[in-house]
Design a protein around this ligand. Structure first.
Ligand SMILES: Nc1ncnc2c1ncn2[C@@H]1O[C@H](COP(=O)(O)OP(=O)(O)OP(=O)(O)O)[C@@H](O)[C@H]1O
Ligand SMILES: Nc1ccn([C@H]2C[C@H](O)[C@@H](COP(=O)(O)O)O2)c(=O)n1
Length: 224
């Protein structure tokens, strides 16, 4: 089974998808972490991030290991544990440059699909990102567009990283969504997707709703 969770920045995709995977005993893939790992590597190599060919080559050359265990997340890039480093503001500020590089996307989508295929024997996977239902896994059994209004998303990010200024918060949520939406459609639900507006819902409530939908989606008697 594949559950796709797409949506804008700060809507709760990652925490919700991880929670659903834990609840249902599925694997979990944070596809944003793959774009962040390439960004980290390009920065470490001192590349000009506007040099799309050089950055795409870096994406193809990168040795990348990403955990799909919802209880133990890690990202290893060229042998370095970058689990924390890829979340630093210096990466968040520039990651859209890498995520809007179409050759990088081609390479990372290929890798994401391989990870999803590998997870199938263990029962399935919850995959979160911006283009999962529309591009990466169009055959997902359950497609969710997770939204929340802009103020709620900025408040959530602010509560998570208290050191961010108001300007940095707007950059990480509003500017990033504007840039990212030039290459992916995550503001409007695709065909067959269920929209969940989490503005006034707790994380647990969102996890409950998606878990229930997932159980209703799998035919009775079929192994998960
Ligand atoms: N329904 C919710 N109610 C309140 N807070 C939430 C809810 N869902 C998630 N959060 C919190 O909001 C913050 C952002 O969530 P998360 O990182 O999962 O969002 P995201 O959509 O994956 O963001 P990004 O795409 O920017 O990585 C986290 O601190 C998380 O705990
Ligand atoms: N499937 C995806 C996943 C992520 N992105 C972009 C969006 C962000 O700018 C960046 C990092 O994602 P985050 O960790 O903040 O969810 O990668 C994308 O274009 N497609």
């Amino acid at each position: 089974m594949i559950i796709a969770v797409d949506g804008p920045s700060g809507s709760g995709k990652s925490s919700t998808a991880r929670g659903v995977a834990t609840r249902l005993g599925l694997r979990f893939l944070d596809t944003g972490a793959t774009y962040r790992a390439v960004t980290w590597s390009a920065v470490e190599h001192g590349l000009d991030l506007d040099d799309t060919a050089a950055v795409a080559q870096r994406a193809r050359d990168l040795r990348l290991e990403i955990s799909t265990d919802p209880g133990h997340q890690f990202v290893i890039a060229d042998g370095a544990d970058v689990t924390t480093a890829i979340r630093e503001p210096r990466i968040s500020e520039v990651v859209s440059k890498i995520a809007t590089n179409l050759d990088v996307r081609k390479e990372l989508i290929r890798r994401q699909r391989a990870i999803i295929d590998n997870a199938q024997p263990s029962g399935g996977i919850v995959v979160e990102g911006r283009d999962i239902a529309t591009v990466v896994a169009t055959d997902a059994e359950l497609k969710v567009l997770l939204t929340a209004d802009q103020e709620a998303r900025m408040a959530r990010r602010g509560a998570e990283v208290s050191s961010l200024t108001a300007e940095q918060l707007r950059d990480q949520i509003i500017r990033r969504d504007a840039d990212d939406s030039t290459v992916s459609e995550f503001q409007v639900a695709s065909d067959g997707a269920v929209t969940i507006d989490s503005t006034y819902m707790t994380l647990e409530e969102v996890i409950d709703v998606i878990s229930r939908l997932a159980k209703e989606t799998v035919p009775q008697g079929q192994d998960r």
